[in-house]
Design a protein around this ligand. Structure first.
Ligand SMILES: [Zn+2]
Length: 464
C-alpha cells in the first residue's frame, strides 16, 4: 500500500521528469545547412578564407599538398603550397576543414581508364592525406576532391578513395566540356564517393556556364534555405573577385550569419549524418540517459543534438562536466558540447559515448569560502587553483589564486544557484578577462572558463 501511494505520488508530481523527444535533423536543431568548398593551392586561398571569416561561412579547403614541386611542375604557379600551411593551420582552429585535392593535381582532358589507374596512386591518395595530418592539427582527413573533376565516375577509383579512409569525395562535373553543370544537390548526396553540390560561385573566363549574376546566386541560396536543405556552393579562389562589392563576398554576406543555419565544412557534415543515424539514446533511470554509438571516435568525433522535454531550471551534466547553457546563435564548431533552451525543449549537444544527468541544482545558502578548483587546459595540463569567493546579496567578489599569482574577480553575480563572474588575469602588459559561469550543486561548483578567443573548458570546484 505504501508502495502504491509512493508510486501514485511520483506519477502525480507534475513537470519533474525529463523525456527524450528525439535527435534533431541537423546540429543545434538548425533549420538549414550552409557548406562551402574551395579548390586548389593558390595564393588567393588566404584572402578567400578571410572573406569567409568575415561572414561566418565554414568551408572545406581542398589543397594539393605537394610541398615543393619544381617550377615547371607547379600547378597555378603563383605559389608553393608550403607558404599556405600556417594560414591553413589557423583555419583548422577556426572551424574550417582541410580536404585533399591529391598531391600533384594531375589532369587529363578527357580522362580515360588508363590515366585514372595511374594517376590515382597510393602516393597521391594516401600521401596527400598523410601530408595534411602531418602539417595540421586536424585529427582526420574526411574529404577528397577530384582534380579537374577527372575519374570521379569510375567505381574502381571510388573504391581506392574510400579505402584510404575518406568518407566523402566531391566531384566537379563537366569541367572537361569547358563549363559545369549545376548539380543542384540540396541535401546529402547518396553517392558519397561522387558527391555533388548545389552550385558554383566563380567566374572562369572560358567557362560559358559560370554565373556571376548575384541575384541568381542568391535566389538559389534562398530556395534551399527556405526548404531547410543543405546549400553547398563551391569556388576556385583564382576565379573570384574580392572586396565587399564583388559577387563573391556579396554572396557570402547573403548566405552568412543566419541565426538558424548551421555553418559546417563538408567532411564533418557527412560524418555528422553517420553520428546522428548511429547514436542511440537510452533512459537508464528517471533523469539519466546513456548516449552511445559504435563509431570510430577519431572519424566521428563531432557532436549530435538531442531534444528533451525538461522542466525549467534543469541543468545537465555529461559525465562529470556541467554543460554550459548557450544562446540561439549558431556555434562555430561541430564538436562543442552545450545545452540550449527553446520553450519547453532543452537541446543537448554532446559527443556520444557519455551519460547525461539532468538535475535541479540545489538552492544556495552560501558559496562564501575557498574553493579548490581543478581543470584541464586545452594542452592537456592539469591545473589547480583556489577560488576565494565572498557573497554579499547576489554580488560575488574575491580572487583566483594559482601558480601565476592572484587575480581579482569582477562582475560576479549569483542568481539562484547559477554563478557568473570574470577573472582578470595579468597578461604581459594588460589584463586578460577570463569569463566564468556555471552552477553550484550539492557543495560542488561546476564552472566553465572561457579564455578570450577559445572554447570554454570545464572546471570543478570543491570546498576542502
Ligand atoms: Zn583543382
Amino acid at each position: 500500500m505504501l508502495f502504491l501511494i509512493a508510486l501514485l505520488f511520483a506519477v502525480m508530481v507534475p513537470g519533474q521528469d525529463v523525456r527524450f523527444k528525439g535527435k534533431t535533423k541537423y546540429l543545434h536543431n538548425a533549420r538549414a545547412v550552409v557548406v562551402h568548398s574551395i579548390d586548389d593551392s593558390t595564393k588567393y586561398v588566404p584572402e578567400t578564407i578571410d572573406a569567409m571569416d568575415r561572414h561566418g561561412i565554414k568551408a572545406t579547403l581542398f589543397i594539393s599538398t605537394e610541398e615543393d614541386p619544381a617550377p615547371e611542375d607547379r600547378f597555378f604557379t603563383q605559389l608553393q603550397v608550403r607558404d599556405l600551411w600556417p594560414r591553413l593551420r589557423k583555419a583548422v582552429g577556426d572551424g574550417h576543414e582541410i580536404g585533399s585535392h591529391s598531391r600533384q593535381h594531375s589532369c587529363k582532358k578527357p580522362d580515360d581508364e588508363a590515366f585514372c589507374a595511374a594517376a590515382y596512386s597510393e602516393y597521391e591518395i594516401a600521401g596527400s592525406r598523410d601530408d595534411i595530418l602531418r602539417l595540421t592539427q586536424q585529427p582526420y582527413v574526411w574529404s577528397w576532391c577530384y582534380p579537374c573533376g577527372n575519374c570521379a565516375t569510375y567505381p574502381f577509383i571510388q573504391k581506392r578513395i574510400a579505402a584510404a579512409g575518406y568518407i566523402v569525395a566531391r566531384n566537379y562535373p563537366n569541367e572537361l566540356q569547358n563549363g559545369h553543370v549545376r548539380p543542384d544537390v540540396q541535401d546529402f548526396d547518396e553517392n558519397t564517393m561522387n558527391a555533388g553540390y548545389t552550385q558554383v560561385v566563380q567566374h572562369r573566363n572560358s567557362a560559358r556556364s559560370d554565373t556571376v549574376d548575384l541575384a541568381a546566386l542568391n535566389a538559389k541560396f534562398d530556395e534551399v534555405y527556405a526548404k531547410g536543405g543543405i546549400y553547398h556552393f563551391m569556388s576556385h579562389p583564382q576565379w573570384l573577385d574580392f572586396g565587399p562589392q564583388g559577387f563573391y563576398e556579396s554572396h557570402l554576406r547573403h548566405a552568412g550569419r543566419k541565426p538558424d543555419a548551421w555553418y559546417v565544412p563538408m567532411g564533418p557534415l557527412y560524418a555528422f549524418r553517420s553520428l546522428r543515424d548511429r547514436t542511440e539514446v537510452k533512459q537508464e533511470s528517471r533523469n539519466t540517459f546513456s548516449v552511445r554509438n559504435d563509431l570510430d571516435k577519431r572519424i566521428y568525433g563531432g557532436t549530435v543534438t538531442l531534444e528533451f522535454a525538461a522542466p525549467e531550471g534543469m541543468a545537465v551534466r555529461a559525465g562529470h562536466d556541467l554543460l554550459a547553457e548557450l544562446g540561439q546563435a549558431p556555434q562555430g564548431r561541430w564538436d562543442m558540447e552545450y545545452v540550449r533552451r527553446d520553450g519547453g525543449s532543452l537541446y543537448v549537444t554532446v559527443r556520444p559515448r557519455t551519460t547525461l544527468h539532468f538535475f535541479q541544482p540545489a538552492a544556495p545558502s552560501s558559496i562564501t569560502g575557498a574553493w579548490k578548483l581543478s581543470y584541464r587546459t586545452r594542452n592537456g595540463l592539469e591545473r589547480q587553483s583556489t577560488l576565494h569567493l565572498q557573497v554579499d546579496g547576489n554580488k560575488v567578489s574575491g580572487t583566483l589564486e594559482g601558480d601565476r599569482g592572484k587575480a581579482p574577480i569582477s562582475d560576479g553575480v549569483l542568481e539562484g544557484n547559477r554563478l557568473r563572474l570574470t577573472i582578470l588575469r595579468k597578461g604581459n602588459n594588460d589584463e586578460v578577462p577570463v569569463s566564468c559561469e556555471g552552477a553550484w550543486d550539492g557543495g560542488v561548483l561546476y564552472l566553465r572558463l572561457a579564455f578570450p578567443g577559445a572554447d570554454a573548458i570545464p572546471a570543478v570546484g570543491r570546498l576542502p
